[in-house]
Design a protein around this ligand. Sequence first.
Ligand SMILES: Cc1ncc(COP(=O)(O)O)c(C=O)c1O
Length: 435
Amino acid sequence: METLKHAIEDARSRYVAANPKSQAADESAERYLPGGNTRSILHYEPFPLTMVGGNGAELTDLDGHRYVDFVGEYSAALFGHSNDVIKSAIHEALDNGVAMGAPTRYERELAGLLCERFPSIAQVRFCNSGTEANLMALSTARVVTGRNKLLAFNDAYHGGVIKFLGGRCSLNMPFDFVLADYNDIDGTAELIDEMGDELAGVIVEPILGAGGNIQGDRKFLQMLRQKTQEAGALLIFDEVKTARLGPSGTQGMLGIYPDMTTLGKFIGGGLPTGAFGGSAEVMAQFNPKKNGALAHAGTFNNNVCSMAAGCAAIREIYTPQRATEFFDWSEAFRHSLNGMFAEKAVPMYANGMGSMIAIHFSREPTKRPSDISAGCQSLRPLLHMELLLDGVLLCRRGDLFLSLPMDESHLSKARASFEKFADRYKPLIVEVLAA
Ligand SMILES: Cc1ncc(COP(=O)(O)O)c(C=O)c1O
């Protein structure tokens, strides 16, 4: 039987043969960028594809191959690569002057659109990324409560300096974090009780994204809501990715409302931005018309291109109705993948919710990060390589993000690729998982 090592080597050699221009571009980039890279997640072995163009839900690489794009810029490319409404909003903003160093109409309109959509956000502030939004929310929790300790979860990702994937990251900000296990109701409740009046806030992704698109258990999130209230600490929902699920993110879907919410990714229509918001009482701390207000800075917080693109995207494209339809359509696709895997009796499962999916090598939904086996992790590079070779882009760790310009033909193409993969490698997958 084919071993996993050989299967990966074989797939990589076919990939090298098919992508000489991407390989050469990667090698020459090493001169000025460490490893030819400026965003670690975009690196994979033997070298990443260099992309040269995007149209709708498709991308073209330097060697001329076309792909259905399920990387979807890790969820930020909800609108695809060439939406006319967004393009004309950016052009209009450009024509009227960029970097004006003053408030503009765009951030005011986008603030209104977001506050009307997310019931827990009475007021909002913009920044430049999801990472920055989370740093601001965590710092706000510390200032508002006058406390230092923060609770986060193992295998959570809140940005490049706030990540707990496989442990604490050495680049993390030196906040006083205590870590609990995601979806562990009793253990987490106990920790919150122990921290009591030292706890400033709890930050949680309602779906653990980079940790495997694991759905937060409703009871677990309800417990966090109740316990943080009892402790006088702030509950922060990191909805940087999950805000795209339905009209008002997972909070709207579950009816569980945090004290603060952080946003990013798609809210700038595909351009860089981030936002943090919450109750009027918490956000009043930032009111510069009041004495002693917290000064929140950022040269590009209200950059007109992102703000204008975000306004057009949310006002005209991702209406509440479109968000609901898209969620249902995406969820049906996820279920159809699971139906196909079950029919073939191959141990694969599309975890997640709606347009946020992660493929796990398992027969069951993954409910906790500790359920992810070493075998599952070791099979991912093979899945990644084989799907790239078949014209389907997915993240190297097995995530797929659906986007609005996708149609049934894109989904059928992806389903067929997964089917081909399952047919070819089922014996190997079973063997690796049993080892
Ligand atoms: C849940 C979550 N929070 C925060 C971030 C950080 O956002 P950004 O990359 O815009 O800094 C990410 C990015 O992937 C994310 O997935």
